[in-house]
Design a protein around this ligand. Structure first.
Ligand SMILES: [Fe+2]
Length: 402
């Protein structure tokens, strides 16, 4: 190596460094040509521009960063795929649930390179179970849930508690709990599975165990015996502010998972409706959080679940958070603006609102709109990274959580 002496002759360092960078890329090396936090948006300094989408840095590495994008799936587009899967399964020589483990579609965020995830931490599958279908008992490290779309929604057995599901129900299967699913009704059922699986993969702690050793009630499938009848956890924990003192709150062998595992859609709807005369939050409307009834904390340390109501004509103020949010439209019609895009939604449509991007909802219909949301805000809070900003009615930025 020769010693460089800065003389009279100067070179274009930027151009030469970029050339060096191009050569280095063949060896999977990046020559530092800019600040090496290229993909992140400055929270306090960057107001997001006119669209709220912010500016991504340029450059070879920056351009290749995977970043969750706003995304939208209409029921009228994805529903037919579930119908077709159900139809194939009903005529199948071998049921797809046997060779594919589930009958489902998985949503892939267009910004994440085809990975099976809708945000940097979340996976979403939408499953269909035909009459008689069974998903055998299993246990895994991911925290999961199902949001029921069908009026009659099959069942999930969690640690021996049989949950008969209906539309609007949220059934939780915390990490470290055995669970099995099925459909005993005479029509196909559809629900949305949400998991923090991509986070577990990133952390190298994703695992699933199918070797259930307990006693089953069906000889042809490994499913759990029903030890607790439908509504057990609701009877124990369904009265707000009252905690039973005669039972253990531990379920499975997770680390203090929420013991309330079945939230009934009818109860959620009733609770929202009872509050619809309140002012609500200018950024969220009437919003309720699904919490662990023993601790009052989010049901999971990662994903945080909510139900919110927007009354006819209600429009929220712009808000942005350092968390990703997945939205399921349970009732109503409206639109969501996020990162400069507008998604016009109706029942069963789903969308992704990525972190950092400004967003607001508008109920454009004549009836109340109800949205269920799942965000990784609990994770962000737990690692000290949750922040939120709003824009007041004059467009001025307000620090909601700094
Ligand atoms: Fe599972």
């Amino acid at each position: 190596m020769t010693t460089a002496i800065r003389g009279k002759e100067t070179v274009s360092a930027r151009a030469l460094m970029e050339q060096l960078n191009t050569d280095a890329s063949k060896l999977n090396i990046w020559v530092r040509t800019e600040m090496n936090a290229p993909s992140q948006r400055a929270w306090f300094a960057d107001p997001g521009g006119a669209t709220g989408a912010g500016e991504m840095a340029s450059g070879r590495v920056s351009a290749n960063q995977l970043k969750t994008l706003p995304a939208f799936w209409r029921w009228k587009d994805y529903g037919p795929f579930l119908e077709r899967v159900s139809s194939i399964a009903s005529r199948a020589d071998v049921s797809p649930i046997e060779f594919a483990d589930r009958q489902s579609i998985l949503l892939t965020n267009p910004g994440l390179g085809g990975r099976l995830q809708i945000t940097s931490t979340q996976r979403c599958a939408i499953s269909v179970y035909n009459p008689g279908d069974v998903a055998p008992a299993h246990i895994h490290s991911a925290n999961a849930s199902r949001t029921i779309l069908s009026n009659k929604g099959g069942y999930t057995n969690v640690e021996g508690e049989r949950c008969e599901a209906k539309r609007g129900d949220l059934i939780l299967t915390p990490n470290g709990t055995w669970h099995d699913h099925g459909n005993d009704s005479d029509t196909p059922v559809i629900w949305i599975d949400m998991l923090d699986w991509p986070l577990m993969e990133y952390l190298d702690i994703a695992w699933v165990d199918l070797e259930y050793k307990g006693a089953g009630t069906q000889s042809n499938a490994k499913i759990q015996r029903t030890d607790f009848t439908d509504g057990y956890s609701t009877r124990l924990y369904g009265a707000g502010g009252l905690k039973p003192t005669f039972v253990s709150h531990q379920r499975g062998w997770g680390h203090n998972p929420t013991p309330l595992i079945h939230y009934k859609g009818d109860d959620v709807r009733e609770a929202l409706h009872a509050l619809r005369g309140e002012a609500g939050d200018p950024y969220e409307g009437i919003k309720l959080q699904f919490v662990n009834p023993v601790t009052g904390t989010p049901v999971y340390a990662t994903n945080d679940y909510y139900a919110q109501m927007l009354r006819p004509g209600e429009q929220t103020n712009f808000k942005r958070e350092t968390c990703n949010t997945f939205v399921v439209v349970m009732e109503g019609t409206g639109k969501t603006e996020v990162g400069g895009q507008t998604f016009t939604w109706e029942k069963n449509d789903v969308l992704v609102m990525p972190n950092f991007l400004w967003r607001r909802h508008t109920n454009t219909g004549k009836d109340d709109a109800v949205l269920y949301t799942v965000s990784d805000g609990a994770l962000m809070r737990n690692i000290g990274q949750y922040r939120a900003q709003g824009k007041d009615s004059g467009g001025k930025i307000v620090q909601l959580v700094s």
